[in-house]
Design a protein around this ligand. Structure first.
Ligand code: C5P
Length: 256
């Protein structure tokens, strides 16, 4: 195909995507593959193929399988968010970030609680890497409420602590954050449109809340300023995961 034809074809596809609210929603829904082994993960990926295009690999799966689980998911053309929530001394985190960047993942998490020196080292570790993952700083886990936070010595509301951590991250050049739906509007006002805000704690109407504390529905989280939604159990433990994902995409599309 002549270059200009292929560019025109690409532009046409891009225009179709831009006009398709379900496709737009699909690009912003990340399914958390919180399963114990590669077999269960690949079964879910196969069931959700064609419906979802982003998958999050977290500690449960990564500790069980190591990086081997990433390759087949990336090879199938999916986007991978590696949620390792790194939290260690700056030198150790920088090394882990460099190692993780080699896997071709598109997002990677570190804990904002590691402090400005750790965040700076993590960011510096990505300098010069072609197509680096988006570095996301996890603020306060969505499973934490005021009581849990106080037990760790932090005498602030979760919303106040999220703002403290987000401001600290922005101060050292971080633009990606993970927070709950309840803080997303405040964090968005700090980052502006450049911020990449990845939001777990999403529960469609009627879904079990489980161990999450600060939750919201998919459409509401988007309206509040989320860039991406992370959904685990409401999809992965549904009797029909693809159907559950389609219902969430439908709800998201109404807010886009
Ligand atoms: O099953 P559920 O939808 O609650 O899964 C949420 C996912 O988001 C889990 O994989 C969890 O590790 C992750 N997460 C979170 N809170 C954060 C960061 C990540 O729940 N602050």
């Amino acid at each position: 195909m002549h270059y200009s034809e292929s560019a025109a074809a690409r532009a046409k596809v891009a225009k179709t995507v831009m006009n398709d609210p379900i496709e737009l929603a699909r690009q912003r829904l990340i399914v958390a593959l919180d399963v114990p082994d590669a077999r269960s993960a690949m079964r879910l990926v196969a069931e959700l193929e064609g419906t979802c295009s982003w998958f999050k690999i977290g500690l449960e799966l990564f500790v069980a399988t190591g990086p081997a689980v990433l390759e087949p998911i990336v090879a199938r053309g999916h986007s991978v968010f590696l949620d390792l929530k790194l939290h260690d001394i700056p030198n150790t985190v920088a090394g882990a970030v460099r190692s993780a960047a080699a896997f071709g993942v598109r997002m990677l998490t570190v804990h904002a609680g590691g402090g400005p020196a750790m965040l700076t080292a993590a960011k510096a570790a990505l300098a010069g890497i072609a197509h680096p993952p988006e570095l996301l700083a996890v603020t306060v886990l969505t499973s934490m409420d005021g009581g849990q936070l106080l037990a760790t010595g932090v005498d602030r509301l979760p919303s106040q602590q999220v703002e403290v951590l987000a401001k600290m991250g922005i101060g050292v050049g971080i633009r990606g954050f993970v927070c709950s739906p309840q803080e997303v509007a405040a964090v968005r006002s700090l980052t502006g449109p450049e911020g990449v805000l990845v939001i777990p704690g999403i529960r469609p109407a009627g879904a079990a809340i489980g161990d999450q504390k600060r939750v919201a529905g998919p459409a509401e989280a988007l309206r509040l300023g989320a860039s991406y939604l992370v959904v685990g159990r409401p999809i992965t433990q549904a009797p029909n995961p693809a159907e559950a994902a389609r219902a969430i995409l439908e709800e998201m599309s109404g807010a886009l």
